[in-house]
Design a protein around this ligand. Structure first.
Ligand SMILES: Cc1cc2nc3c(=O)[nH]c(=O)nc-3n(C[C@H](O)[C@H](O)[C@H](O)COP(=O)(O)OP(=O)(O)OC[C@H]3O[C@@H](n4cnc5c(N)ncnc54)[C@H](O)[C@@H]3O)c2cc1C
Length: 417
């Protein structure tokens, strides 16, 4: 990964992306075929980045697979350990309501795919490291941001060496606790869910047949998502104190608790690898843009993982921002100007707000003890399950194939004819 050879005048770029995780790297990969020069500033060395955590896998929607294909990295991701998602079964732990979705119902080959975060991040980072107009600064720490009339200047240290970069726009892809967001004074709305998501690889006795399973319990949902060779990926949201207790158990005792929570749907469950726990928060930036600054991914919106949509939303942000910037460049506009940033924000806010609101709503609805609400939940799930059009609408929205998608979401790279 390259650095700035001179410590003198700020090195000029068209765009500086802070955070080279999956979303930041996707912004750089999307712009790689365009004439724009991009700097990616990543704090941690590759092996220490959150996206390289070997325990983490993500459910990618069909829309995200299309974006990754347009970025030229999907074949590499798919060549690793992926599994297509053919269906989804969701049920209420205490009541009878069940809803089932299948790819067939919406006329798609699959609803999406499960892929290791390390493979997605690795493919994007390799593609951009090889790109002529993308420079990586990694591991790097930025220490100051000055936002002037027509450019922003970022001061950083790379391997202890001071560097200075400038660009008309700085993009914050630095995750849920974004330091760039704080520096730009962008407020957020959000709250802790008081839960952690416990993750692990699970080996179920019965075949999952490409289906994702999610059971809603009062303490939080427990999901088993399909992996290759009959394995499943566990995402079990539980009150924070309980998560610590679950991590301390030995594999057999943990499998026993999990079995009681999930039920008999996939037969006997055994644990296949190390466990981890991630504290859950909702965090939504009140605006995604400020003077010479734009936010993407978790820096703009972190959601509860119950719908497996956080990364998918981030990839949609990356695709949208890259398209807006590529078009603005062709039109000779100021990339960090209000008009350009406003177009990005207007395009992404409705989708991100909708998903944040319904994942939060689902969490509250199912975390509630009330018997009346419990009956309504069962009724609601049953009604949606039987209502073809509403169910299809929900599925298409979640998959990111609703509305007028941008160029990358239609599977077309930027910079191509
Ligand atoms: C248990 C769990 C399961 C999930 N499952 C799914 C799923 O199935 N599907 C899905 O779509 N989403 C899922 N998500 C959400 C998804 O993981 C996130 O939305 C996604 O990782 C966000 O990516 P990001 O690149 O925006 O941020 P991050 O992954 O947080 O990356 C931020 C990057 O910025 C770097 N950085 C931070 N600060 C600085 C700094 N000051 N300077 C330079 N670099 C910096 C970090 O090192 C990191 O590399 C899940 C989340 C959890 C917790």
């Amino acid at each position: 990964m390259s650095g700035n050879p001179s410590g003198g005048d700020p090195r000029p770029y068209d765009l500086i992306v802070i955070g080279g995780g999956m979303v930041g790297a996707a912004v750089a990969a999307a712009l790689a075929p365009t004439p724009l020069r991009v700097a990616v500033v990543e704090a941690r060395p590759p092996e220490g980045q959150p996206a390289r955590d070997g325990r983490r896998v993500s459910a990618l929607t069909a829309g995200s697979v299309r974006i990754l294909r347009a970025l030229g990295v999907w074949e590499q991701v798919r060549g690793g350990d992926t599994e297509s998602i053919q269906g989804m079964v969701v049920w209420d732990g205490d009541h009878a309501g069940t809803i089932a979705f299948s790819a067939e119902e919406v006329g798609l080959e699959s609803l999406g795919a499960m892929a290791p975060n390390a493979a997605i991040a690795g493919a994007l980072q390799t593609a951009t490291a090889e790109a002529e107009k993308v420079d990586w600064y990694c591991p790097a720490e930025w220490t100051a941001l000055e936002r002037g009339g027509d450019r922003a200047v970022l001061t950083l240290t790379v391997d202890g060496e001071p560097r200075c970069l400038s660009a008309p726009l700085v993009v914050g892809a630095d995750g849920r606790d974004s330091a760039l967001r704080a520096e730009a004074g962008i407020p957020t709305v959000g709250w802790s869910y008081g839960q952690s998501a416990v993750v692990a690889e699970i080996h179920p006795e019965r075949p999952h047949r490409g289906r994702a399973f999610q059971r809603f319990l009062r303490g939080g949902p427990v999901a088993l998502l399909p992996l290759s060779e009959g394995r499943s990926s566990l995402v079990w949201s539980v009150p924070r104190a309980r998560a610590e207790g679950l991590l301390d158990l030995d594999d057999d005792a943990f499998a026993d608790r999990l079995q009681r929570a999930f039920g008999p749907e996939l037969g006997r469950l055994t644990v296949g690898g190390p466990r981890g726990a991630f504290p859950l928060r909702l965090e939504h930036a009140k605006r995604y843009v400020d003077r010479r600054v734009a936010l993407v991914g978790d820096a703009a919106h972190a959601v509860h993982p119950l719908a497996g949509l956080g990364l998918n939303l981030g990839l949609r942000d990356a695709a949208q921002l890259a398209e807006v910037l590529a078009e603005a460049h062709l039109a000779g506009e100021d990339l960090g100007g209000e008009a350009v940033l406003g177009r990005y924000q207007r395009a992404r806010r409705p989708d991100n707000w909708l998903v944040s609101a319904y994942t939060d709503g689902f969490h509250r609805l199912f975390a509630n003890d009330s018997r009346v609400l419990g009956d309504l939940r069962s009724l609601g799930l049953g009604l949606v399950d039987r209502s073809g059009p509403l169910k299809k609408l929900l599925m298409r929205q979640g998959m990111g194939v609703l509305g007028a998608p941008n160029r990358l979401a239609r599977g077309k790279p930027l910079g191509a004819g």
